[in-house]
Write a protein that binds this ligand. Sequence first.
Ligand code: UDP
Length: 407
Amino acid sequence: MIQLADYEQIVGPQVLEELKILSKSLNGRKVLHVNSTAVGGGVAEILSRMVPLLNELGVETRWEVVKGGEAFYAVTKKIHNALHGNEDGLSEQEYQTFLDVQEENIKTMKFGEDIVFIHDPQPIGLIKLRKKLGNKWIWRCHVDVSKPNPGVWNFLKTFVEQYDKSVFSAPQFSQKLSIPQALICPSIDPLSEKNREMTKEEINSIMRRLKIPLDKPLVTQVSRFDRLKDPVGVIKAFKKVQKYSEARLLLVGGTADDDPEGTEVLLETKEAAGNDPDIIILSLPPTSHIEINAIQRVSTIILQKSLKEGFGLTITEALWKGKPVIAGAVGGIPLQVTHKYSGILTHSIDGTAYWLKQLLQDPAFAKKLGENGRAHVRQNFLLTRHIRDYLLLFLSLYHTEEDLINL
Ligand code: UDP
């Protein structure tokens, strides 16, 4: 089992010492995290690694997942898309479905911890309990809310403003709110199965098992099959490059329990690929961490052609592996990628195709981008930094009048 001490080789002893001091200052306060899926997507990825470490630090932490049926997830996906700017609003019936599920979860779950940490809109209505329980509540928004659908945002805002604090991933997501807002970027765990070092033999054996040929440079996008990740745009860009460079495109995805659109988008993606032998579409179960790790490591270039993106952990994962990344210049992505320094930022299919061709033809430049990206991730986006920010956030809940907290 991975333990806190194992991180010393990567981040040094001081970082760990600081985490211990901050944890102690919380004086035994307990934390509950709530989100809407146990596997699939960035939030589950982070919590699965963060919760054990917080417990090891002595901050007793639980993680619960709200329960909702198909109709609820259809509504929350609509909310998700609306937060990303989709103009479709919700009907009265849909709002009611959303509220009913909040009530059902209130009845079956326990929220007795000192700090309740709610992730994203799906469980946002649980805040109703705050008055009765008198504990502290944080709402953590992981999505790109730079230009939300105003009707849906105003509905959610009535809940958000009942929280003690809110957290966003990028400065441009900040909203006009009556409660304090914190800016905290997500992170990856360098020791998890998704990111740990791998031997060549390990990688090759996984490639054989997955039947991924390695005779041509591999260009890969790892993402849920979601229109906002633009898998069809990736295929269009790749097709433009095929006549200039020999390469193979790999689209790896899966579905998340709380994402009902995945199957439909997977079909659209297969259709766009046609029967091109150089385009591989791979649907993997959401627990395929070591497989994704191997795929990222064996890839020549990683794409993340998102049209909207809260942060994009797939980019962090690729940069940590020293890979050159070409990504959409949206949401939290520019916090990770500085154009032509630690990766490439693009705005269109043509732009993606242009840079794909360039990087395939200039491996030395591509390598430099990957190296710079890895250094940036080491400084800013590892799990230890994320835990420190959350511990500071927790402490700030109990020091609301002070600018400086003396530990
Ligand atoms: N992921 C995965 N399998 C897949 C697709 C994605 O394990 O088929 C992981 C990916 O490695 C990353 C997370 O899911 O850790 C996706 O996080 P990101 O922030 O990129 O996007 P989100 O899905 O949260 O919008």
